[in-house]
Ligand binder design. Structure first.
Ligand code: FES
Length: 111
């Protein structure tokens, strides 16, 4: 079973920016990459660090603490020291709202 969670307005995530939102206490970072909004776990799987303090670098997001990059399409860790991928959550945009598809229960996070 999955649920759709309304987390933000599209206008809150302008092109090339990030927005951290919370769902049931879990941080989720929204990223507007070339007009496509992605939703990924908001905390780095290497150590605890908020990814919205990092940088969008081409097709990846770079954690500002130890500079691991993660693929924006797959969540894959592209550089050490991070090894685990970022959990990604399907996004649907409906009438200007960003909806994230999540399983029932706890938000899945890699750590
Ligand atoms: S905390 Fe993100 S790479 Fe180390």
């Amino acid at each position: 079973m999955t649920r759709l969670v309304d987390v933000a307005g599209v206008a809150e995530v302008p092109l090339g920016t990030m927005l951290m939102v919370q769902v049931d206490g879990a941080d989720i970072v929204l990223i507007n990459h070339e007009g496509t909004i992605r939703a990924m776990q908001g905390i780095c799987p290497h150590e605890y660090f908020e990814l919205d303090k990092g940088f969008i670098t081409g097709d990846s997001i770079t954690c500002a603490l130890h500079l691991s990059r993660f693929d924006l399409a797959t969540g894959e860790a592209l550089d050490p020291p991070a090894e685990l991928p970022l959990a990604m959550y399907p996004v649907t945009v409906v009438e200007g709202r960003v909806l994230i598809e999540l399983p029932e229960g706890a938000v899945p996070v890699n750590e």
